[in-house]
Design a protein around this ligand. Structure first.
Ligand SMILES: Cc1ncc(COP(=O)(O)O)c(C=O)c1O
Length: 487
């Protein structure tokens, strides 16, 4: 089987970082004040039903929204319809959807062929029985037959749970303690992994409510510096050993910090040298970079692979762990397996609805070459944005890993924070606050132009993004770029 990938050519990592360094060394380039006021008026004038409902929601939901990725500034919008490349809000406004629910919908929103299968399933067995269903085998078989690093697969409730399971298995299999992650990488919100997230070298910065001991064995290595990982691996030999190195193969924060093409291979070699397991967190990349994951694209075989997002095609309970037989034996449910088992569970884990939704989504992605098509849309969007950036002489940086597109206008996650130099922190925090607000404004400006993005800095494309959709989106981005300070 010849797999076609979302990434058509590998980005120039050095050039991206050089441009980002320049971006971050300058003051911010936000939307001009008068134009921003006009954008904010859009929400008051055109979205009053959303405003009413989300104001009411504040009485019952902390902050008024349930989801971290929900658009918030100036207030959340209520979405009532999602179809292909488009979203529609409660007031009837139509948007091009580059949030794509945070990544699961490579086929586009609510594909009818999946919906029909789900309806059939609901008519027969409903969403859940708690007992074995054919679809849990079908999805596992599909994945095992395609992923180089997966002999067996266990479906779980979320990517966060998949990471927790992976760490537990790695410790059992190696008898070692330390887990090395890359600075800035997000691996879900479990106690051990809220460490060095978003921005490298921030350690327990966001670990409020998590006892120090929980992250005692979590370490972060500065991304793209292979020597930083080796240095930890070496030292860890005298501190309980390294159970695993966990990476997002395209780089921390879904590739916001891109990594060199050989980086994963080099980490594989280090893991072998020091007897640590290599965990690929493919929550974002599995089926999006290619039907056999980023591991297929980079041709690197991890010991364990974490799944999420696309695995349930946008339906609930999207998570899982796959890996080599010898490791997956620790996750044996029912009879058999190793003497000591890694405790995992979940009332709704591998329920028929999630398994069927995932199975038919993966079949369709493969049949339609959706990863490659979504990647082409991402290329077109990114190239178009790069041209606009040049045309308007902006310091912004656009780059992509196929259908994962980044548009850094504020560079918030690149502010240098180093908790081991506490005297630098107040200034860094001030910068982050200012740049974060600019991102919120950019997100609001895009939204007012009919573009839904992830936090004003990331766009996921899908197979539904035809050339016409992307070209229309670029016209809308241009309308924002025409009104940037200094243009
Ligand atoms: C790379 C990565 N790992 C893990 C997770 C956590 O997955 P979930 O939100 O399903 O718990 C995410 C979520 O965005 C992610 O991007």
């Amino acid at each position: 089987m010849v797999v076609k990938y979302a990434i058509s050519e590998y980005h120039n990592v050095e050039e991206i970082y050089r441009k980002i360094d320049q971006l971050i060394s300058k003051p911010i380039f936000p939307v001009k004040k008068e134009k921003m006021e006009e954008y904010l008026r859009y929400f008051d004038n055109k979205c009053h039903r959303s405003k009413e409902m989300t104001s009411e929601a504040k009485k019952y939901i902390p902050g008024g929204v349930q989801h971290n990725l929900a658009f918030n500034y100036p207030f959340p919008l209520v979405f009532t319809k999602a179809k292909g490349a488009y979203l529609y809000d409660l007031d009837g406004n139509k948007y091009i959807d580059f949030l794509q629910a945070g990544g699961p919908t490579v086929l586009g929103s609510n594909p009818p062929e999946i919906k029909e299968k789900i309806k059939e399933l609901l008519d027969t067995c409903g969403p859940v029985t708690g007992l074995f269903h054919e679809y849990e085998m079908k999805i596992a078989e599909f994945i095992c037959k395609r992923f180089k690093g997966v002999d067996k697969f266990r479906m779980l409730g979320s990517g966060t749970e998949g990471v927790m399971a992976a760490i537990r298995v790695a410790r059992l299999a190696t008898g070692k303690k330390k887990i090395i992650k890359l600075g800035g990488a997000y691996h879900g919100w479990s106690d051990q992994m809220v460490y060095g997230i978003r921005i490298p070298r921030t350690g327990r910065f966001e670990a409020h409510g998590i006892p120090k001991n929980c992250s005692k064995h979590t370490q972060e290595a500065y991304p793209n510096k292979i020597s930083a990982i080796e240095s930890l691996l070496r030292k860890n030999r005298f501190r309980g050993g390294t159970a695993a190195v966990i990476v997002e193969p395209v780089g921390p924060e879904s590739g916001t910090r891109p990594v060199g093409f050989d980086y994963n291979q080099q980490i594989r070699a280090l893991c072998d040298k020091y007897g640590a397991l290599l965990i690929f967190d493919e929550v974002v990349t599995a089926f999006r970079i290619g039907i056999d994951g980023a591991q297929g694209y980079y041709n690197v075989v991890p010991d364990l692979t974490v799944f999420g997002k696309v695995i349930a095609g946008g339906y609930p309970s999207a998570g899982g762990l796959g890996g080599k037989d010898e490791y997956m034996a620790y996750l044996t449910a029912g009879l058999g397996g190793t003497k000591k088992k890694a405790m995992v569970g979940g009332t709704l884990a591998a329920n028929p609805l999630s398994s069927a939704a995932g199975y038919y989504t993966l079949l369709e992605i493969e049949k339609q070459n959706a990863s490659e098509k979504a990647g082409k849309a991402g290329d077109r969007l990114t190239k178009g944005l790069q041209k606009l950036i040049e045309k308007y002489g902006l310091p912004y940086v656009a780059y992509n890993q196929g259908s994962i597109c980044h548009l850094e206008t504020a560079g918030t996650m690149f502010v240098d924070v180093n908790i081991s130099k506490p005297w630098t922190i107040p200034n860094a925090l001030k910068q982050i606050k200012e740049r974060k607000h600019m991102m919120e404004e950019m997100g609001a400006a895009y939204m007012a132009e009919g573009l839904v993005t992830l936090a004003g800095s990331r766009m996921y494309t899908s197979m539904a993004d035809t050339n016409e959709v992307i070209d229309e989106a670029l016209l809308r981005f241009e309308r924002v770029f025409q009104h940037i300070e200094g243009v």
